[in-house]
Design a protein around this ligand. Sequence first.
Ligand code: NAP
Length: 322
Amino acid sequence: MKAVVYTRYGPPGVLRLADVEKPVPKRGEVLVKVLAVSLNGSDWETLRGKPLYSRIGGPFRPQHHVLGSDIAGRVEATGPDAALFRRGDAVFADILSHMGGFAEYASVPQSALSRIPAGMSYEEAAALPQAGAIALQGIRDKGRAGAGQAVLINGAGGGSGMYAIQLAKLLGAEVTGVDNTGKLEFMRSLGADHVIDYTREDFTRNRRAYDLILDLAAYRSPLACRGSLKPGGRYLYVGGSVATLLQVLLLAGLLTGRTDGRKIRVLAARLGVQHLTPLIELCQAGKIATVIDRRYPLNEVPEALRYLGEGNAKGKVIVTVE
Ligand SMILES: NC(=O)c1ccc[n+]([C@@H]2O[C@H](COP(=O)([O-])OP(=O)(O)OC[C@H]3O[C@@H](n4cnc5c(N)ncnc54)[C@H](OP(=O)(O)O)[C@@H]3O)[C@@H](O)[C@H]2O)c1
């Protein structure tokens, strides 16, 4: 089968389309004919091996040679003890732990798969898994955003931010989206009440305070972010620099028990499409839209990743596999 492979960390140029062995589903696995894969910030990070957390499992060379984690497709075959699905079922999954989506076929543990809900396209199903889980847990479950609360989403013009802005608005929050100049209009179109261009303004210095800061691109000092929280406010680190991550972990311990209740935490999202039901229902009811910025064929995965990594993508970028 065709797959886009790489054997060393680097820019999109290290990727190449190659003929590789079609996987054979092992016990409990299902072979999926991949029809659509969405790109995530994590693909870009694991391609380059930056930040350092993207090298967990492969400090010097990539652990997995095929990237791509959010897949949608059709069941082609089932392995031993994998009776939950049948050939032809339309399914989707987040396979971040072992990757392999930028390929014609992927072998997936049946526990990671769900059927694509009625009326949902393969592309929308591929867009949802990782970005949807981060938005749902970061805004609703752990972020506890609610009516009248001030919510700031840093990195709001990307994949997770696209769902996070809409969800926070639906919950009645006043939303500030932060991203680069080219994404300001896009964030407004999703419902953001205020937008901040991070290339011109540091949101930690504008003297505004928030009930929730969801940090999808955490490169600023968490102590400064804490200064932008209202009493009782929450800061959640989702992705960004390792230095910020370590500071968050340190501060979370040091500040425990402080009386004004401001909390600094890492969001460790529970990934898996089985947790996405509330978001899927909102999508099906037409209350949350999946915005697909661009589509690329499999052989153009390097261009697609470059587009994402250079900060152009507004919403999701999808690779469609023939
Ligand atoms: N915690 C968890 O459980 C978990 C699970 C999976 C993934 N993640 C992480 O979640 C993060 C977000 O993923 P995603 O797929 O939503 O990424 P994405 O689609 O690439 O979106 C990130 C957005 O942040 C913007 N950005 C970059 N630097 C910024 C800065 N200094 N200030 C404000 N915005 C900035 C990017 O635009 P520009 O680059 O261009 O300007 C982009 O629009 C990734 O780091 C990923 O590793 C976390």
